[in-house]
Design a protein around this ligand. Sequence first.
Ligand SMILES: [Zn+2]
Length: 347
Amino acid sequence: MSRTVSCSIDLNSPGKDAGYLLIGNSTNNSGWATYQVPIIKIANGDGPTMLVLGGNHGDEYEGQIAASALSRELEVNHVRGRIIIIPCLSQDASRAGNRLWPNGANFNRSFPGKEDGALNEKLAHYISTEIFPICDGVLDMHSGGRSMYFIPSSNMVWVGDLDLRKEMIKNMLAWNTNVHMIGAEQSGTNPNSLLPGEAVRQGISVSTGEFGGSGYTTPTTMKNIKAGLENFLRTFGVLEGKSMTRKELGLEPALILDARNPKGFVLASGAGIYENCVRLGSDVQAGDLVGKIHDFDHPDVDPSEVYAHISGVVNLIRGFPPVTTGDVVCVVTPKFASVEEMERVAG
Ligand SMILES: [Zn+2]
């Protein structure tokens, strides 16, 4: 039982309630402050529990808007089991249009958290120890943020447990996005520090997605994420109504993009202004030009060129042109017609 975080609503009672996760805080302007994170619970009889999360990164707004809309639109009689929604985990970061918390913390590197740590660590600890254990599924919606633009897709991490992997593949496909991405996490990251990593460690089915990016939304990205979210919740069995497959909707099978290969990540070779030279979603070959880096201080000097290391689909382009050495500016992912084909070819 956390001594530093509490919930103002009873997550175990039936019905719909909205309240806050309350975190003890102290600031220069308010010695006895309470940091409040909105939380909504809708529970109705027997069924699974799904945790719906947005705003893990503050400048990724598609998930925050979709989760907020869900919390307004869902009525008790729509639910079979329980849906818990935290529309925005990183409150101050979202208000500021930033990825990171004001203390510089990346919430998605804060797990499993610390009861007496910084605010982000306290919140991560409460989610790890008090909320994950009552959930059958966790949904963590991302979208690239200011610096990256992804092909909108539902994603999953490639877990070792075969039963859990099968369940997660089913949930990934339920989004009916045109592509699905397996992986990706940047190298040099401790997977246990990630929100999805902690959920998987606890044996919980976790779904993620990169539903756009660059820190803004479009009518298309919002339509896709809202429709996908509903179908995902229906497939999971926590929302009334029949779930639909792409085939039933008259759509072609989705492409599977394998982002597990670190060679797909293209890094900036120097500082400067980055120019995307390939379109998001285009096919490139190993060695193809994907971008140019223009020298801030020597505009008369030719830009340095950046190339793809492997062949595949351009799954991510740069959303924020100023770059420093080592920034990811492009991700190239091999494409497959199905998860089965990917397993056969890539393992
Ligand atoms: Zn993110």
